[in-house]
Design a protein around this ligand. Sequence first.
Ligand code: ZN
Length: 414
Amino acid sequence: MRLERFSMGVGDRFGLQGEAQLAAFDEARRRGIEVVPVWNKSNREHKTVGTGPESVRQEADSAVAARGWNHGYHVDADHIALDTVDPYIPHSDFFTIDVAAFIGQQASPDAIRAFTDKQASRVGRITVPGISEPLEVSAAQITQIAETFLLAVQEAGKIYRRIAEQRGAENCIFEISMDETERPQTPVEMLFILAAVAEEGIPIQTIAPKFTGRFNKGVDYVGDLTKFSQEFEQDLAVLAYAVDEFGLPDTLKLSVHSGSDKFSIYGPMREAVHKTGAGLHLKTAGTTWLEELIGLALSGNDGLALAKEVYAQAYGRFDELAAPYANVIDIDVSKLPSVETVGEWSGEQFASALRHVPEHQEFNPHFRQLLHVGYKVAAEMGDRYLDALKRNATVVGENVTENILDRHLLRVFG
Ligand SMILES: [Zn+2]
């Protein structure tokens, strides 16, 4: 199973927006932009919302059938590990193998030595087309990379083989994610990680590194744009080199996680992939849930009241809701509007504070980030929340589609 050149991961916490999301891909295609959707949901999201892996498959299949979509699409078991993968195997065809927890733990001395010996011929200067200066590699550096990453790659191998045994490797797309870790990987590290992945026999088609800067949930990138662009371009070059050098699948491409709403890096990413002919996977998740709240607020009356209730509860449970996401949000509590203030807002005001239009006077990134991590509140409302979405499906769906199309597909892949 080959992953298409351009793909975008869409999350849908409550499972009702599949058709509205797919409508955005349809419209992009009508405008000549070919991107395939990948419905992703992590184990953490499933646990919070109380759903199982089969629900994502059902949603994707029925959205595709309803819209008569006759292009590719996939269902991603997002950030799975050896102890969580099993229930996903029958329902997913895309597996994001998360081994970040193993980075920094050492493989056996024998394995490290074997890897270092095998790579010894690469000591010296490596010229990677697309990177201006040759990469300088020492034997000590290869050993150090093996000490840091080899165990993580071996763990990915275990997970890969477990999936392959049950589903057949040829029926799956494999990604390795290393984004949820402390520091960005360097180009040299990336090169030898890919060497290890190839030796482990994992036919990965996407890899998610950690990039420099902050990838906060639902808001723009915060960091050094020049440095990000350089890292991104160097990673593209290393991936292309690794395909030839190590025999990895020629579909291998970068996966950018927490990719929603990162407007300031979309330009450099788009230019780099068009210039090099590389592919790209952009993974997003929670941005659709925020459009549900926007749609509910705009629907007025009971929808607006419900959206305000979600905020009131999230505001009161700040510590609990923010804790699991501490590394991917930056909320200044003093900039959060009070529950009383929000209580007086019109639907338009609520929507303008929440909708990601940074230049809008009323936009409030703190409000947006808190609601982003507040989906647990809506999950606890159960049918009351789901019924409100169903009653207001048209306005909610319009906002979901517009967000995926205008603020994502067109900007990243256009
Ligand atoms: Zn991730």
